[in-house]
Design a protein around this ligand. Structure first.
Ligand SMILES: Nc1ncnc2c1ncn2[C@@H]1O[C@H](COP(=O)(O)OP(=O)(O)OP(=O)(O)O)[C@@H](O)[C@H]1O
Ligand SMILES: [Mg+2]
Length: 267
């Protein structure tokens, strides 16, 4: 099967490569995301997770290495533009991605307009349907982001990403700022969306219990490199790399037990 997204030996250096202050954030990283799977990306703060995700969708340009979409090398600007039709990024903090003065309905309609996705007469219905899909009342369309709770805002961010029916959702720490019960609701929503829409998800998280619960495969990053990857079960049960072992050892119960009740997803 051809991966939807593939990174091959991607290196990202911020700053001039000759400068002593340059930061090598990614060092020859390779990863693949196949249709319909949920892929976890874990690693300590600063290990390069966000940089990798941003490089996958062209917000950052790789210093070396290649990114492929559906087997095609992304080279020209137009290739990257087309890729954004299929790959959407949901950020940790929805307040930075939602314009505070734009009503939710307008914010959700915007991607349809930008990508010329559907006739103007159908936009309101698409907005309504997508709000329902993420478990929000259609009246939310009339509100401003500041008039919503954090969990509602995160649902709106997901709705916005889903408006153009992407094949891949990149979720970068999307539940980190939410309290545990709201986290569980948003995770449940992700599971439902995946079952219903069969989209692929790149799920970036510090929370190994959530990753274990949600993901089919996992990549473990350490200091800009992927040190281990594979199916979630074996990675958690028999980690090979010392860093993965230490990561798992720091979280009691994650290796051998089922997720604790607090982490079990409730509707
Ligand atoms: N625009 C930038 N300019 C310079 N350095 C950067 C830039 N963006 C990221 N970095 C550096 O790259 C490294 C990786 O950062 P990145 O944000 O990818 O880490 P992360 O794994 O997502 O961390 P976190 O879990 O805290 O979100 C860090 O050392 C960071 O300081
Ligand atoms: Mg990050």
């Amino acid at each position: 099967m051809t991966p939807i997204i593939q990174a091959k030996n991607v290196t990202k250096i911020f700053g001039s490569t000759r400068s002593p202050n340059a930061t090598r954030s990614l060092n020859s990283v390779s990863m693949e995301i196949f249709p319909g799977e949920t892929v976890g990306l874990v690693g300590e703060s600063g290990s390069g997770k966000t940089t990798l995700a941003r490089t996958l969708i062209g917000i950052e340009t790789a210093t070396q290495g290649q990114v492929y979409k559906d087997g095609q090398l992304l080279a020209a600007r137009r290739d990257w533009k087309n890729m954004r039709l299929d790959v959407q990024y949901v950020f940790q903090d929805p307040s930075t991605s939602l314009c505070p003065t734009m009503r939710i309905g307008a914010a959700l309609a915007e991607p349809l307009i930008v990508h010329k996705k559907c006739p103007a007469s159908e936009r309101a219905e698409r907005v309504r349907d997508t709000l329902l899909k993420v478990g929000l009342h259609p009246d939310v369309a009339r509100r401003l982001p500041g008039q919503l709770s954090g969990g509602q805002r995160q649902r709106v961010s997901l709705a916005r990403a889903l408006m153009i029916e992407p094949k891949v959702l990149i979720c970068d720490e999307i539940v980190s700022g939410l309290d545990v019960s709201v986290q569980a609701q948003v995770l449940q929503l992700l599971i439902e969306l995946q079952n219903e829409l069969k989209i692929s998800i790149l799920f970036i998280s510090h929370d190994l219990r959530v990753v274990r619960y949600l993901c089919d495969r996992v990549y473990v990053m350490y200091k800009g490199e992927v040190v281990e990857d594979g199916e979630t079960g074996p990675i958690f049960e028999t980690p090979q790399h010392p860093y993965t072992k230490s990561l798992l050892a720091s979280i009691p119960g994650v290796k051998h037990e089922k997720p604790e009740p607090a982490m079990q997803v409730v509707p």
